[in-house]
Design a protein around this ligand. Sequence first.
Ligand code: GLN
Length: 384
Amino acid sequence: MLKTSARLEAFTESVIRSMTRLANKYQAINLSQGFPDFDPPEILLKSLERVAKDGPHQYSVTWGAANFRAALARKQSKFMGIELNPDENIVVTCGSTEAMMAAMMTVCDPGDKVAVFSPFYENYAADAILTGAEPIYVPLSPPDFTFKKEELRNAFKNGAKALVLCNPSNPSGKIFTKEELESIAMLAKEFDAYVITDEVYEHIVYAPHTHQYIAALPGMFERTISCGSLSKTYAITGWRLGYIIAPLAIINAARKVHDFLTVGAAAPLQEAAVTALEFPDSYYAELQHKYTGLKNTFLSYLDAAGLQYTKPQGAYYVLVDIRHLGWNDDVKFAEWLTKEIGVAGVPGSSFFREPVHHLIRFHFAKKQATLDAAGEKLMKLKKG
Ligand code: GLN
């Protein structure tokens, strides 16, 4: 029997995406895979129509169309507080998914070690393993998901060449404080390590919390590969537009990886999305307002159903505790909930390295009416 790559034995297919398939099969309300059920801004759809007629329809420059990079550099320079050069500091990728994989392949050789906070978005372990690197997990302990500095130090001591940092964090909704980021930065500098960020939720932040870009801390730009995306910010997850931001030496290496992985992100969609990158600041304020409303709606249903959870500080996920419902197997619970109650979430165990089987992740990037319908169904879980 011919064998496929042994690396693939070290991880399973995405549980998140399998829950979407299960939700579709049972016509459940899909609060598992995190994507909106509302449309992108109308002006963006108009822009897409225009591009359909006027093009471009052929490849762009592999590391991103010049006008897209220029608009992205302007926007990110403003939000990150770093002067970015569109010709030196950006590679446009097929979503942050490719950005993260390309970042990992850019800095790691087979046999290298990579520190990953646990819980983590499931792609990171796969990214490390497919690169031939070995993840070292550093726990973020519920309910507040803080890390012990000593444990992170140990990961670097044990040879981690890079740390993966998802901030705001999927699945926990944690936003790392400035103090936490400073202590991560101190260790990265002490051990001369890279930080690979996933900051796709940079604009989904709940007051009084604020998002601090680790690349903007003193001495960090040169060792940080900031990965981001337009997916969540403009509700265009299907457009697959992401990017890597880093200093030129890293960008030159990342361009090579990206070129051979995918050649480039879709040229027509880059052209159409320039409009979004030029939105005024009020767009981002309204986005926060919208998501704050959706979060409050969903959390009030969880409260009404008597469910315990950790309050999200950012991103659009919430981890819900199922212990009081008498379940000790989150995978079975998630299946039952999808089939019998009609709401799909993701078993928490797929995000944890540790044996955690009492959490379910729901997302609330959904229309108010969808959340109302899901909330009503979740009321069936109310005890007594
Ligand atoms: N980030 C989303 C989630 O965690 C899914 C992204 C994806 O499936 N590519 O649910």
